[in-house]
Unconditional design. Structure first.
Length: 231
């Protein structure tokens, strides 16, 4: 990335050594300008006011927990598009799944490799750039417009998280073909993810719920994965 395409990253983290480590490595990687906040409330205010290109968000924060910050940002049309990478010291699967259901794009468990964080940030940003140039897709009652990040079912808008949107788009692009869970993780997250493949099941279930009567167009192929049915 050059200076012209420099991406603004907001780090919301209360541990100074973690902030320093991330800041140092992101600046070394080049193409990033850094802003920081040391508690959840300040992070929320900065995110709303500055509209960064990317947010690295710790889950355990003073004043307001990271999950609440994520939920508020992803439920607001003005900030919904901003990718969020969660940092967590917790190993419990429930925290990861709840964060991803709230719309976070990925997570990294502490202690982490700064190189891994940078690779994930770049992968998520690349996916966002690809979305902007993708063509509209239509199948049955469902239409996707990637440039507007819009999904319509029978002409009515449906509010999806960024991951649900990418999952639906990937299935529609490969309609009629079975997609294995690990392949979906790779396609939706943009690299070989360590996230448990049950996360895919969680997202498919929520996606079906949001699509309503059209949700049965996403078929479960027992023992393999999922398929977008050809109508």
């Amino acid at each position: 990335m050059d200076a012209v395409s420099s991406k603004r990253i907001l780090i919301v983290e209360d541990e100074k050594d973690v902030v320093d480590l991330l800041t140092l490595n992101l600046r070394k990687a080049g193409g990033f300008t850094i802003a920081t906040a040391s508690d959840g409330a300040a992070g929320l205010t900065k995110a709303r006011g500055e509209k960064p290109d990317f947010i690295i968000l710790d889950l355990m924060l003073p004043k307001m927990p990271g999950l609440e910050v994520c939920k508020l940002l992803k439920s607001d049309p003005a900030t919904r598009h901003i990718p969020i990478l969660m940092l967590t010291a917790r190993a419990e699967e429930i925290d990861r799944i709840v964060g991803l259901e709230f719309g976070a794009d990925d997570y990294v468990t502490k202690p982490f490799s700064p190189r891994e964080v940078i690779l994930r940030v770049k992968a998520i940003l690349r996916r966002g750039a690809a979305d902007e140039t993708a063509d509209r897709l239509s199948a049955g009652p469902i239409t996707i417009d990637p440039s507007r990040h819009e999904v319509l079912v029978d002409g009515k808008p449906v509010d999806l998280t960024s991951l649900e949107f990418k999952l639906l788009r990937t299935l529609m692009q490969r309609r009629g073909r079975v997609q294995e869970r690990d392949r979906l993780l790779n396609e939706v997250w943009g690299y070989e993810s360590v996230i448990d493949t049950r996360t895919v099941d969680t997202h498919v279930r929520r996606l079906r719920e949001k699509l309503g009567k059209a949700g049965d167009i996403v078929e479960t192929v027992r023992g393999f994965g999922y398929r977008f049915r050809e109508k």
